[in-house]
Design a protein around this ligand. Structure first.
Ligand code: FAD
Length: 409
């Protein structure tokens, strides 16, 4: 019987294995991974560069926000120190995003794998865990093809459903846990496109706010990318996390001038119309926005032909309002889990201990990473959660093992 089984060789599982071995080197630690290799998803993170944490990440940035007890044990600074110790050189970019200096996600995975192997962690791939039972002395884990392994302690790090071929929610349920509804998040939103004509591929820096009826759900500043199906870009990705939790009809309100108040935007447009009165009306927004946005706005205001100086004041006021409050109805999210970066939902965090992540339903079982109902915004937050929760569970799981029962390495 192994001392510790870790089901799922992703970010959380690899970090859990390393921290468990560092905590108790004599413990036998085995990672069981359904895929042909561990850490495959890591390779596609951060557009292949792996945005592995964010220096500004705080517990309050996550939903649910009760991650403090775990987060505080390995905040971004400690994650960066850990990777640096393991030999990965890092760089902090805009918005506090942390990347490997190599700009290659593979170097993050290589660093983890080399360290794990050096510490004596055993990787068993092509083990698609299907059934999990608690026995008197520990756990029996059985794979789809009948392979079987026993362990005294077990950490479930099977991740979420986003861009994943395998999941482990059933395993958690088999040991008494519940699983909330699962929704894809950090993905584009499908919207009514009638007001987005001619904008496919145009990017703007602005603000996007999600409304459910009259209620403001969440507002994000950042990149908005217009698509033929709706809206994309980091700001919209971050709204999609909140859309995933809504019932009822939602709208996104785009603000193309987030640094100006409504009154300032109107004043600016009136002054612009005055100083550029000589221009052809269809060139009014040239030099201010992407050409196609200008065309779209002028069309929606019914302006065609004439000079800027001939645009009525009331139309300029309507345009100013549109610039600040461009509303589009959300009709869904794009592509469900295949296009998503994270899963909203999972095993409720309050079913695990707030300091060790040991299951409250089954002693000796621990949960970490995205299999838990915890998600954060784009920018390194989700991997931050995977590393810190994996580290906490890994250390706690072997700390609990009676020393006398540890198999000598
Ligand atoms: C395209 C993309 C880009 C992303 N970019 C970033 C980024 O730059 N920064 C960031 O912070 N986050 C990013 N994320 C999110 C981040 O990758 C995840 O939040 C993180 O990987 C979760 O870690 P995890 O260990 O919980 O799960 P995973 O990394 O998904 O690992 C779970 C592992 O468990 C295995 N598994 C599942 N079920 C079973 C089973 N039954 N038996 C055995 N093994 C099983 C899976 O095969 C997988 O290897 C991105 C996600 C995607 C999809």
């Amino acid at each position: 019987m192994e001392d510790l089984l870790i089901v799922g060789g992703g970010a959380a599982g690899l970090m859990a294995a390393i921290c468990a071995k560092e905590e108790t080197p004599a413990a036998s630690v085995v990672i069981l991974e359904a895929g042909e290799r561990v850490g495959k998803k890591l390779l596609s993170t951060g557009n292949g560069r792996c945005n592995l944490t964010n220096v500004g990440a705080e517990a309050k940035d996550y939903a649910p926000a009760q991650v403090e007890g775990i987060f505080a044990q390995m905040p971004p600074k400690s994650v960066m120190e850990k990777f640096t110790q393991m030999g990965l050189m890092l760089r902090v970019e805009d918005g506090g995003r942390v990347y490997p200096i190599s700009d290659a996600a593979s170097s993050v995975l290589d660093t983890l794998r080399l360290t794990a192997a050096h510490l004596g962690v055993v990787e068993r791939v092509n083990f698609a865990a299907e059934s999990l039972q608690r026995t008197k002395n520990g756990f029996v884990l059985t794979a789809k093809d009948g392979q079987r392994i026993e362990g005294k302690r077990l950490i479930l790090t099977t991740g979420g459903q986003a861009a994943s071929k395998f999941t482990g929610y059933r395993l958690a349920e088999q040991l008494g846990h519940s699983v909330t509804g699962l929704e894809p998040a950090l993905l584009p939103l499908k919207t009514d496109v009638s007001s987005l004509k001619g904008l496919n591929g145009v990017r703007v820096k602005g603000a996007a706010a999600l409304y459910n009826g009259r209620n403001l759900v969440h507002r994000e500043e950042g990149e908005i990318l217009f698509k033929d199906f709706g809206l994309s870009g980091i700001a919209v990705f971050n709204l999609s996390r909140h859309f995933a939790r809504q019932k009822g009809k939602c709208e996104v309100e785009i603000d193309l001038l987030p640094n100006l108040t409504d009154a300032e935007a109107e004043e600016m447009l009136l002054a612009r119309a005055k100083s550029l009165a000589w221009r052809d009306a269809d060139g009014f927004f040239l030099g201010m926005f992407h050409k196609n946005i200008g065309i779209n706005l002028l069309k929606s205001a019914g302006i065609s032909g004439g000079r800027v100086g001939e645009i009525p004041k009331s139309t300029l006021q309507t345009l100013a309002r549109q610039l600040k409050h461009w509303r589009v109805a959300v009709t869904g999210n794009m592509g469900r889990f295949a296009n998503a970066q994270v899963t909203v939902g999972g095993v409720p965090l309050n079913e695990a201990d707030g300091k060790t992540l040991e299951s409250k339903k089954c002693k000796g079982l621990y949960l970490a990473g995205e299999v838990l109902d915890v998600d954060g915004p784009c920018g390194g937050y989700n991997l931050q959660w995977a590393w810190c929760s994996g580290a906490v569970a890994g250390k706690a799981a072997v700390r609990e093992l009676p020393q006398s029962k540890i198999r000598q390495a």
